[in-house]
Design a protein around this ligand. Structure first.
Ligand code: DGL
Length: 273
């Protein structure tokens, strides 16, 4: 029997967006989720901007044609900070983006010293700098591009052990002690990082709050669905789609987040053809 629910496409370069899936499933349990990981192009963090915008728009275009979502959640900071505007201009579907949670961090800090860990791409974007200038101009904000942290999260989901020393090295630059106080809030500016929360907590040199935007993203998606999108009869499988050869993400990983089928929708990147 088809269920009543809304169709949401959740998009990321890899398995990071599963941290957002967790919150969506909690807040909108009736929704039908399709998860898409652009594994052929992972990691997005070190792509050049114009090429990445084209890649994201063409991948999302193919996925919309394939899955006919009623709303798209871009569960990727690197993609949202560079391509959200173009996606909204090109496709007639509501988009919810994921951007570094600098505004809530500025409300939370007591010392006034905030760390932001994200991909090298996200920390270099105008979009991110504008968030700092608008919401955290009265704070010291240390933006740091982590080269390998998203890869460590991918490894963890594939069952590989994560070295706390490696995590410590990746995040060390955002922990500073100033006369006014130490870094007390760290923004998780990449959706892969909440998947490493335990390791991050262990690797931090002192206690701090890690800000994960997943609940806020799910709330925003729920609001849009409630206001603008009617539930539809839907008997599709809870499907996970990958764009490149398996290996980066396995069916087992997706099954742990409620996806009963995995499918390859091949989208090789040009340099691989
Ligand atoms: N999960 C992604 C983000 O939120 C990016 C990881 C990557 O592809 O580098 O930024």
């Amino acid at each position: 029997m088809p269920r009543q629910g809304q169709r949401i496409l959740v998009f990321d370069s890899g398995t990071g967006g599963l941290s957002v899936v967790r919150a969506l499933r909690e807040q909108i349990p009736q929704a039908h989720l399709t998860y898409a990981a652009d594994t052929a192009a992972f990691p997005y963090g070190d792509w050049n901007e114009p090429l990445l915008v084209e890649r994201i728009c063409s991948a999302v275009g193919n996925l919309i044609a394939e899955t006919a979502p009623q709303i798209v959640v871009v569960a990727c900071n690197t993609a949202s900070t560079v391509a959200l505007e173009q996606l909204r201009n090109r496709f007639n579907v509501p988009f919810v983006g994921t951007v570094p949670a600098i505004k809530p961090a500025a409300a939370l800090t007591r010392s006034g010293v905030i760390g932001v860990i994200a991909t090298p791409g996200t920390v270099s974007r105008e979009y991110t700098r504008a968030l700092v200038d608008t919401y955290a101009f009265h704070c010291e904000v240390i933006l740091h591009g982590c080269e390998g942290l998203a890869g460590l999260a991918e490894g963890k989901l594939q069952g590989r052990a994560v070295s706390i020393e490696d995590v410590r090295r990746e995040i060390a630059p955002v922990f500073v002690a100033r006369a006014a106080g130490r870094t007390d809030v760290v923004v998780l500016g990449c959706t892969h990082y909440p998947l490493l929360l335990e390791e991050l907590t262990e690797a931090a040199p002192w206690r701090c709050s890690f800000v994960d935007p997943a609940d806020a993203i799910a709330r925003r998606a729920a609001d849009i669905l409630q206001q603008d999108v009617a539930a539809d009869a839907c008997d599709l499988e809870q499907l996970a789609i990958v764009t490149g050869p398996e290996g980066l993400c396995s069916a087992n990983t997706f099954a742990g987040f409620g996806f009963t089928q995995t499918k390859l929708l091949a989208m090789p990147v040009e340099s691989d053809i």
